[in-house]
Design a protein. Structure first.
Length: 189
């Protein structure tokens, strides 16, 4: 009986330490530190479901952040832009994700927003970007997409924006990093 009581006590301690979230959380593990993000399946159900299926399939193991937008004239604290990563080139067998515009989802490309990269609507797969600063030009009807549909926002960084900024400030030529910024994995929390 004493062993059962001890077992229940330790089991309750362990379960009390588990975080409970209303929305799914992910951890992006990089060689510059970790980035935790919350995803919004109620707003962007198809985008979040696809992204999490790629996480489950292991597509993000040993990928990179390879693209960056930044303004060299601004300070690290006030710089805006984004970092883009994922599996590039993406697997040919993945169908494009149906585009969920910010007009549909009610989300906006504010500081820390995760969004899918794409060429044309419905072609996004494993590539994503993280906004640095207010990037509402990526929203539907914004100036960043030629078709006016914007990009599919689906989550937000809740811890690790200092890591995002550290990555953004690595040396780059044009919009490509000079050295690979390794994403060792993305996992669910």
């Amino acid at each position: 009986m004493r062993n059962l009581v001890l077992l229940l006590f330790f089991a309750s301690l362990f379960s009390c330490n588990q975080k409970k979230y209303d929305n799914p959380h992910i951890l992006i593990i990089t060689n510059y530190g970790d980035i935790e993000a919350e995803l919004y399946p109620k707003n962007a159900p198809k985008t979040v479901a696809s992204f999490l299926s790629y996480v489950d399939a292991g597509y993000y193991k040993n990928t990179t952040f390879y693209r960056v937008l930044k303004n060299e004239d601004l300070t690290p604290e006030t710089n805006y832009g984004m970092i883009q990563g994922g599996l590039w080139p993406h697997p040919k067998n993945l169908p494009g994700i149906e585009h969920e515009s910010t007009k549909q989802t009610g989300l906006s490309h504010t500081n820390g927003t995760l969004s899918l990269a794409r060429i044309i609507a419905g072609t996004a797969t494993t590539e994503f970007f993280i906004c640095i600063g207010e990037e509402t030009a990526f929203d539907a009807a914004g100036s960043a997409s030629k078709d006016g549909l914007g990009f599919a926002a689906f989550g937000k960084v809740v811890d690790g924006m200092e890591v995002v900024r550290k990555i953004q400030h690595q040396k780059s030529t044009g919009d490509l990093f000079n050295k690979k910024i390794i994403i060792s994995n993305i996992k669910k929390l």
